[in-house]
Design a protein around this ligand. Structure first.
Ligand SMILES: [Zn+2]
Length: 322
């Protein structure tokens, strides 16, 4: 019959087409397997894939992915910390960084004026426990920056706003007093230093030590280096709270007594200071006296207020101290 194949021929055609179909399926399966096999993904591609997964982010042509980031040993990892009292002076001098705390936070000194007679304010040596001294230093920095005429032409003012930034970052309470080695920095200076002391009449709310040796702490050494390499004529080391104005020196040094009296007169902080029976060792004021400054420890009224008006008067006494 026309067009009809024999039964044998039909079987042969079916078999050939069947083999073709099997072969095609096999080829397709091979291609799919090849395409789906896990590819070794290099790091830049992984980054690009991650970005592509974010709907609104398209990689810009100028962005280059670096394979790794080597930490710079000289950077300050301050952004990884939650600093309770951050401070930036938007328009004014940049601070001089005189050293770093145990945990790598910078110790910043603001400088105002160009005169030869150098005077200094230091705050925050007892960290977050006396955080209001840091707040006061910041208020004074802002004030002096806005009123540069307050600096006599023959004077230079240094304000070290926070000697103990690790304690300040840790807590605004008793727990914030010591540095990250558990050392009371105002017992760590080399003058009249002791590792331990009789706690009778002294601050004793939490464990503290004077350190493993005189000037063992990086914060203390930074301040000692700063003071010993300059000729600071007069220094106020701020504390809180309430005990008054303590002259530096052991026994109290004459110029420091005069400075304490003058400061007490304008601030109304007690002089002579309240005697709790504590014998103070390794203090910043004693060290400052040993390198030629008239120096005092001066206590704000409480642990909350900065007493700004009184301390602006105190600043004027300091700036004009001869
Ligand atoms: Zn203190």
């Amino acid at each position: 019959m026309k067009g009809r194949r024999s039964g044998k021929a039909t079987w042969l055609v079916t078999a050939i087409w069947g083999l073709n179909a099997v072969g095609l399926v096999g080829v397709l399966a091979g291609v799919m397997l090849f395409q789906n096999r896990p590819k070794p993904v290099s790091k830049p591609e992984m980054l690009e894939l991650a970005i592509q997964g974010t709907p609104s982010l398209t990689p810009l042509p100028g962005i280059h992915y670096l394979p790794s980031v080597t930490p710079n040993p000289f950077t300050t990892p301050i952004e990884t910390y939650n600093t309770p009292t951050p401070f930036v002076l938007p328009q004014g001098p940049r601070p001089i960084i005189i050293g770093y705390s145990v945990s790598g936070r910078p110790l910043e000194v603001y400088r105002f004026g160009q005169g030869e007679r150098q005077v200094m304010i230091a705050a925050g040596i007892h960290g977050g426990y006396e955080w209001n001294t840091i707040a006061l230093a910041d208020e004074l920095i802002i004030y002096v920056n806005e009123h540069p005429d307050i600096i006599p032409s023959d004077a230079t003012l240094f304000i070290l706003r926070n000697i103990n930034p690790d304690g300040d970052a840790r807590a605004h309470s008793i727990d914030g007093r010591v540095n990250d080695h558990g050392v009371d920095l105002n017992r760590n200076f080399s003058e009249n230093w002791q590792a331990e002391w009789d706690r009778d009449g002294c601050w004793d709310y939490a464990p503290t030590t004077g350190g493993s040796g005189p000037g063992s702490e990086p914060e203390t050494r930074a301040v000692m280096n700063f003071l010993s390499s300059r000729h600071v004529r007069a220094l106020i080391s701020y504390h809180s709270a309430a005990l008054g104005v303590f002259p530096g020196g052991e026994p109290w040094e004459a110029d420091s007594i005069d400075l304490a009296k003058a400061l007490s007169k304008v601030t109304r902080y007690p002089y002579p200071p309240i005697d709790t029976g504590c014998y103070y060792t390794g203090t910043l004021a004693d060290y400052a006296v040993s390198v030629g400054a008239a120096a005092v420890d001066m206590e704000l009224r409480n642990h909350r207020d900065t007493d700004f008006p009184q301390n602006l008067k105190a600043l004027k006494i300091l700036l004009n101290w001869k």
